[in-house]
Ligand binder design. Structure first.
Ligand SMILES: Nc1ncnc2c1ncn2[C@@H]1O[C@H](COP(=O)(O)OP(=O)(O)OP(=O)(O)O)[C@@H](O)[C@H]1O
Ligand SMILES: [Mg+2]
Length: 335
């Protein structure tokens, strides 16, 4: 925070300015801009290969950009990497803990590496093991941990140094719903305690549930930024769902809904037909037309679009799809 007369300027906790990064001929970040306010949980959403990990690696001083600048708590990631490392924690996409030693030993070692004295490192480890529900398993080798326990330990490992800014790269990928819920609760707790969290995810639900603001990136560029509600709004209205009583009527229902003026093209998944409608009057019209066409329905509902549908509407392709890249443009170690 800088003060100039009456004016108080609040620095964003994380700021990226026109970041460009290429690997060989592939431009992975293409002038990316980012501003994360202090104390926020900020979601970075994008499909495989969008550039999320590359951005996180630059912001955490592990990788230098080709162009552009970035700051964490006002510290320049390029010019003062050591000062940046003092205030950040990182939970990478792939587990960083050592498999062959116990959870307690992992956290103790990290504490020692961060300069804690033995007693302080031991007590910080014990505190985190308890907070993350790992106290009972603390003496077991990490290789015998479940995926959920391992992710919790990863998160705990990034918190040993009490970072003010936390980077979580796909923290819940591969976890079952119960483990995800548990981790989400922990991430919310960290933000409630004042940490700033930048979270990357491919789970639209995760960004929706956790983040106050979301940036959607695709092929190294921002395609949308806003609150979860704003992003849903970009998808162009509400989604009407229709399930005919008789599944044999599904294609007839699609045809009826396709005839609604102003509606998007309907899609059917098994017997569930969905169509985006710009205003609610079309819902009544849809119900009337289905009735006139002799199609009784079992389920008719209107809801906000999911972030998945929002992504499709914004980018023109599904979030699951890996962007098509020419094989020769993918280079590991020079073009
Ligand atoms: N060291 C590297 N050398 C060459 N290409 C790389 C390197 N690191 C990343 N890439 C390429 O850059 C692109 C973006 O990768 P990145 O890991 O940032 O994507 P991501 O959004 O994290 O994807 P995912 O969701 O799969 O983790 C990909 O096409 C990837 O193959
Ligand atoms: Mg990644």
């Amino acid at each position: 925070m800088r003060e100039r007369g009456d004016l108080v300027l609040i620095e964003p906790a994380i700021r990226a300015d026109q970041l460009v990064k290429s690997f060989g001929r592939t431009r992975v970040l293409d002038g990316l801009e980012l501003e994360v306010p202090a104390g926020a949980i900020y979601g970075l959403l994008g499909p495989n290969g969008a550039g999320k990990t590359t951005l996180v690696r630059i912001l955490t001083t592990l990788l230098a950009p080709d162009r552009g600048r970035a700051f964490v708590l006002g510290r320049d990631v390029m010019a003062e990497p050591q000062r940046v490392r003092e205030v950040i924690g990182l939970t990478g996409q792939y587990a960083a803990v050592d498999d062959l030693i116990t959870a307690r030993e992992n956290l103790y070692l990290i504490g020692r590496l961060l300069g804690l004295r033995p007693r302080a490192a031991r007590s910080r480890a014990a505190e985190l093991l308890t907070a993350f529900g790992l106290a009972d398993a603390a003496g077991r080798k990490v290789k015998d941990y479940s995926g959920g326990m391992r992710r919790r330990l990863d998160l705990a490992a990034s918190l040993v140094g009490r970072p003010a800014v936390l980077f979580l790269d796909e923290p819940t990928t591969g976890l079952d719903l119960a483990s995800r819920n548990q981790l989400w609760g922990m991430i919310r707790g960290l933000a409630a305690d004042g940490a700033t969290v930048l979270l990357t995810t491919q789970y639209l639900e995760e960004a929706d549930r956790l983040a106050g603001r979301i940036m959607v990136i695709d092929r190294g560029r921002t395609v949308a930024e806003g609150t979860p509600a704003e992003l849903k709004g970009l998808a162009g209205g509400q989604v009407l769902e229709v399930r005919p009583l008789d599944p044999a009527h599904t294609s007839a229902a699609v045809a009826v809904l396709a005839g609604l003026a102003g509606a998007a093209r309907p899609a059917a998944e098994e017997d569930l037909v969905t169509v985006t409608v710009p205003d609610e009057e079309l819902v009544a019209a849809a119900a009337r037309r289905l009735d006139e066409a002799g199609i009784p329905v079992r389920h008719l509902a209107v809801r906000l679009p999911s972030l998945d549908e929002a992504f499709l509407a914004i980018t023109g392709h599904r979030a699951e799809a890996e962007p098509a890249r020419p094989a020769m443009a993918r280079t590991e170690g020079g073009a």
